[in-house]
Design a binder for this molecule. Structure first.
Ligand SMILES: NC(=O)C1=CN([C@@H]2O[C@H](COP(=O)(O)OP(=O)(O)OC[C@H]3O[C@@H](n4cnc5c(N)ncnc54)[C@H](OP(=O)(O)O)[C@@H]3O)[C@@H](O)[C@H]2O)C=CC1
Ligand SMILES: O=C1CO[C@H](CO)[C@@H](O)[C@@H]1O
Length: 274
């Protein structure tokens, strides 16, 4: 069975809704963390050139013995490589590091002003030439997506943004839903911060005999959001995957909706400088 619990992108490509994020996974930990996740059942890994662990992700894939077409691998073009030619080159570099013939999804990591439209044009070429099955963006606000819609030809399949119970991205969530763009949550557990000890989430978790992390991941899944919690701890990698045997009620979902506090843990895409 290919990609259980997947969602269909607007071009029909199936993307597993739960994956492992690997930001701040060191080269020393990378192979074990990714291989453990694949052994547990994860079929989706989210990396980026800037995470400097593409080699380890590739090595773990090879060690796992799982067929390439049973896995969904995302990587991203870093800010310094944006622009048309440099993006094509960065894509080749990432493939070389991963040791793969293709990634399933290639994203623009941040909307670098003056550059992201050219960068996106390079992604469109990779897509048109069937070198990558899906393309998308990360950290794009509605106005960036509208800019792409006005000036480019292919609608991004995915927008990966900061999203967790304290930063719920309701406007973008609605825009993406209306426009057929899949929304993906980064720092879905708020980087292990206050969301995990929130009393409302804890009370819900206790009712189901689940942890707060599991409730938060389940909340993302039920909002049709793609979710990529990071962990290098085998028991947590396992815990974060045990989210398909319970369902939050609409009352639970509403209670979590009230926790939105417009509180970021990462930079504002309109106001970043790196
Ligand atoms: N596009 C972008 O700009 C960005 C993309 N991302 C992507 O999103 C992924 C996830 O976001 P990230 O920022 O890593 O943060 P997460 O919200 O996934 O939180 C990760 C932290 O939570 C801890 N943790 C994980 N599971 C549990 C659990 N069950 N119980 C308690 N603690 C837990 C981890 O600890 P430990 O590892 O020690 O177990 C780690 O410290 C990244 O790895 C990356 O792939 C992230 C930021 C920006
Ligand atoms: O994905 C991410 C994590 O790493 C980067 C920094 O090194 C962030 O900027 C980015 O958003």
């Amino acid at each position: 069975m290919k990609f259980e619990h997947s969602i269909a992108l607007h071009n029909g490509v199936k993307m597993p809704q739960l994956g492992l994020g690997v930001w701040r996974v060191s080269p020393e930990d990378g192979v074990d963390a990714v291989r453990t996740a694949i052994e547990i059942g994860y079929r989706h890994i989210d990396t980026a050139a800037v995470y400097q662990n593409e080699e380890q992700v590739g090595e773990a894939i090879r060690q796992s013995g799982v067929a390439r077409d049973e896995l969904f691998i995302t990587t991203k073009v870093w800010n310094a490589d944006q622009g048309y030619d440099s993006t094509l080159k960065a894509h080749e570099e990432s493939l070389k590091k991963l040791g793969l013939d293709y990634v399933d999804l290639y994203l623009i990591h941040w909307p670098v002003k003056e550059k992201y439209l050219d960068t996106y044009k390079a992604l469109e070429r990779l897509y048109d030439e069937k070198l990558v099955p899906a393309i998308g963006v990360s950290n794009f606000h509605v106005h960036h997506l509208e800019d792409i819609a006005a000036h480019r030809n292919i609608k991004p399949m995915v927008d990966q943004v900061e999203l967790h119970p304290m930063f719920q991205q309701n406007e973008l969530h609605e825009y993406c839903h209306k426009n057929g763009i899949a929304l993906e949550a980064w720092s879905p557990l708020m980087q292990g911060g206050e969301a995990l000890t929130n009393p409302v989430i804890k009370e819900i978790a206790d009712q189901y005999g689940k942890t707060t992390a599991q409730v938060i991941i389940r909340w993302h899944l039920q909002r049709n959001v793609i979710v990529i919690p990071k962990s290098i701890t085998p028991s947590r990698i396992q815990e974060n995957f045990e989210v398909f045997n319970f369902e939050l009620s609409s009352n639970d979902m509403q209670q979590i909706a009230t926790l939105d506090a417009n509180k970021r843990v990462g930079p504002d895409p309109d106001n970043f400088d790196f």
